[in-house]
Design a protein around this ligand. Sequence first.
Ligand SMILES: Nc1ncnc2c1ncn2[C@@H]1O[C@H](COP(=O)(O)OP(=O)(O)OP(=O)(O)O)[C@@H](O)[C@H]1O
Length: 473
Amino acid sequence: MDPSTSTSFSSPTEQLPTTSGINVTGIDTSARLPSLEGLFKNNIVLTLRPGLDLWKGLGVGLTVLRQGIVLGTTALRRRMLVTLEINNKDRSYEWFLAWMAHQTNIVAKQKLRSAPWIRSHQLSVETILEQRKNGSSSALFKLVAGPGTHWFRYRGAWMQVKRERETRSMQLMSGVPWETVTLTTLSRDRTLFPQLLSEARDLAMRGQEGKLVIHTAWGIEWKPFGLPRRKRPLQSVVLKPGVGERIEQDITSFLNRRQWYADRGIPYRRGYLLHGPPGSGKTSFIQALAGSLNYDICLLNLSERGLADDKLNHLLSNAPERSFVLIEDIDAAFNKRVQTSEDGYQSSVTFSGFLNALDGVASGEERIVFMTTNHIEKLDPALIRPGRVDMSELIDDSSANQARVLFTRFYGDSEDMEEPEVEELANILETIVIEETESGRKVSMAALQGLFIRSKAKDAIARCRELFVSRQP
Ligand SMILES: Nc1ncnc2c1ncn2[C@@H]1O[C@H](COP(=O)(O)OP(=O)(O)OP(=O)(O)O)[C@@H](O)[C@H]1O
């Protein structure tokens, strides 16, 4: 064999640079990079012969070179670039997408031609449904970066955003596919990530400031439903004197006694039941109270398809911090199920499962549950025993005084009436309510509100008797 035309590597580690030998990056890549040693493991001996062997040698050389380049670029990328991965389990995922969408809007509004922002044509639409109490709903559309690769510039640094969606597996229960966004930028800009995330979080929080967030259950998770709503002032819900104050005082005292509960090993939870006829302000009051305490509302619908005892238990034990769980029409929830089961549908929430979920495991976690009903008499005593319902309040139809307060709220500052005239009409209204109540007829605050919205003050007084209905005791 001609020594000048043949090369033999008996030990690759001696003759060729090893992975760590390449060390283009200056960081230890041996743990994750494919090793060059792999190419030559088992002490491969290559012997090149002239002619045909020369091509073989060239081929090997090229392979080595290619591997070297791959390793080099990977290592270089590792060294030069920094990436951040956020998955859709994390709250910052939504914040980041919303932040990106917000930037696009700024560009669109300012008609920036050379927009420094998102360079992308792949957009996804996120529909936000707003359900109103009367059953109607409205939809808002938000365009966010869709799955794929996007580029944008943040504080002078270019960033690549890759949004990827896992098509084969889904999040258990919620059925939402797993998603990740990966942000990549030059490593010298690594401090930008925390700044960007803080900005995204602040933007999300700003949107909720002074607003009430309503969450609904998605499988076993709570998710905000619709856009945060403007908070309703507590005084705008007119209740009988003392009722609202009692509830407010009870909840404030509960919130101040966390340690007291902990010291005595009592589960830190409180249950409230507001009962009374429809349209008396139960829901409005709970929402206004949540707003005034800076709490969110978690709306729980016990008749929801797919809800079972275990899911219910999980939801009740994992409500977002600082939130009231609100279960409306608690009597109907269980009645309805009996009816609907006849035509095939049976919700799997059982009454005993519900009671267990209400009791929950003894934990230090705060839990505040509000329930409402129009028919307290239909409720099982087991449900309203202390520990499950600690405070029960009647929110009744309008009293004379409530009607008066509501009337003056509506017409008190109207331009076409002087104050004495408003007072006079309010007196008449009060008398009407007293008379009608004495003859067993009542009016709901919701009905009065409806009348005041669509009528002028005098017309409202003239027509208000029509709204009174007999209430069965
Ligand atoms: N006491 C009240 N003060 C001011 N507005 C009220 C009052 N009661 C009802 N309303 C108005 O009537 C509408 C319906 O009220 P709300 O939904 O709070 O009643 P509810 O007692 O929860 O009814 P339901 O038992 O049917 O759920 C709301 O728009 C609310 O503004």
